[in-house]
Design a protein around this ligand. Structure first.
Ligand code: SF4
Length: 404
């Protein structure tokens, strides 16, 4: 699927239907999807000198009726108002653990808010302050593409020996597909456990069964090769834009890992050259990267792990140690500020925030909180009942994996 960035003139009110158009903040709307960015009642100006005070007042007025979740990659101005911070799955579980909160304000991206809606009660309403806060990785696997891909596997005679595993960073529809086909969801922390479980359903890691891993090819490849010992040449990439995924029937039959052609726009930027550069510039540096990075980056790094792993590794690091971190910049900056006794730098020489995550800013948070305070529920995320049921099946399967 091709991402289209649609730049709209201020007076424009409609853009042509597109399943994944990225829209400028507060401008235009996509009538064909729920990613419109209309802000009924008006979005405060970012320059409003009373913005912080307005946020405090709205948050205080909502009290225990609201619970504000802040993903690790959010801006500082948003994190300041978060009741809890964490990665996507931790936040969804935190939301589920607050049944008395009428409103869950999810300062993250769309798929995370969907997961929170699935895991919370029907009485709770999940709100995403800006509907344009999507995830480019999640958007790389559309449900119709995945259904078509499964048909290709059926045609090739391999579907019966294939278990789908989807990363948490996927839409509710993809999680539901996974649940319907006997698979599981995974996070970057437990991907190796999920993969081992999936292979066990089709004859074990040393057998001939396969895993269809969506949507992040890098997490799938890194985990399968480095943690399960699957040979690199038994990992194939299924490109949904090519006939039969760009693969022959024999390639599909020989594969152990069928990797969806998706990636994270942030972690996919890091390169092997970044490692060469930072090692030359910083003596004794330890390079720590997220498993969404490319295979050559992960294999060239000193340590690899999820966001929570990165946080814990730096907490445990000795004073004076030097680190180059390959993950989202907001988090790296906060970690550097939290550990002034350590030399923490960003792995890439050019900065890269998660642009969709950063669509949630203080004006949108203020707008959402003031709207709720005034009795107007805005930007509610609701997953349809059938998808919610099957996505829950896949999420429950993950919760049943060892370690949860
Ligand atoms: S950092 Fe990557 S995976 Fe995470 S929300 Fe942004 S684009 Fe998606």
């Amino acid at each position: 699927m091709i991402l289209r960035v649609t730049l709209l003139a201020p007076e424009t009110t409609f853009t042509e239907p597109a399943s994944s158009a990225l829209l400028l903040l507060g401008q235009g709307r996509d009538l064909a999807s729920e990613r419109g960015v209309e802000c009924a009642g008006g979005l405060p100006a970012a320059s409003d000198p009373d913005l912080v005070e307005r946020a405090r007042a709205a948050r205080a007025a909502l009290g225990d009726r609201a619970f504000v979740l802040g993903h690790h990659y959010q801006r500082d101005e948003v994190i300041d108002f978060a009741d809890v911070t964490g990665d996507s799955f931790k936040l969804a579980r935190e939301a589920a653990a607050r049944p008395d909160a009428e409103f869950i304000l999810f300062c993250g991206v769309h798929f995370m808010a969907e997961s929170a809606d699935i895991l919370t009660s029907d009485a709770q309403q999940v709100v995403l302050p800006d509907m344009a806060a999507g995830c480019s990785m999640a958007d790389m696997a559309a449900i119709d593409q995945v259904e078509d891909a499964w048909d290709v596997l059926v045609e090739a005679g391999v579907a019966e020996d294939t278990v789908p595993v989807t990363y948490m960073n996927s839409t509710a529809a993809i999680k539901a597909f996974t649940g319907r086909h006997g698979g599981t969801v995974c996070t970057s922390s437990n991907a190796h456990v999920a993969l081992r479980w999936a292979f066990d359903q089709v004859g074990g890691v040393d057998g001939t069964g396969k895993v269809l891993f969506m949507p992040d090819q890098h997490l799938g490849r890194n985990t399968a090769v480095l943690q399960l010992g699957i040979p690199l040449d038994r990992c194939v990439v299924f490109d949904p834009r090519k006939p039969n995924g760009g693969l022959t029937t024999q390639e599909l039959r020989d594969a152990r890992m069928i990797l969806w052609r998706g990636h994270c726009s942030v972690h996919g930027r890091f390169s092997a050259q970044n490692l060469v550069d930072v090692r030359a510039a910083v003596p004794d540096v330890t390079v720590l990267v997220h498993p969404e990075c490319r295979h050559e980056v992960v294999t060239g790094a000193d340590m690899v792990g999820s966001t929570e792993y990165i946080i814990k590794a730096l907490d445990a690091a000795p004073a004076g140690s030097a680190w180059a971190i390959g993950t989202e910049l907001n988090l790296v900056r906060r970690l550097a500020a939290a550990h002034p006794d350590k030399r923490i730098s960003y792995l890439d020489s050019t900065v890269c925030f998660c642009s969709t995550m950063n669509r949630i800013d203080l004006p949108h948070l203020v707008w959402a909180m003031e709207s709720l305070r005034d009795g107007r529920v805005v930007n509610r995320i609701v997953v349809d009942a059938d998808d919610a049921h099957w996505a829950r099946v896949a999420l429950d399967q993950m919760l049943a994996l060892p370690g949860y």
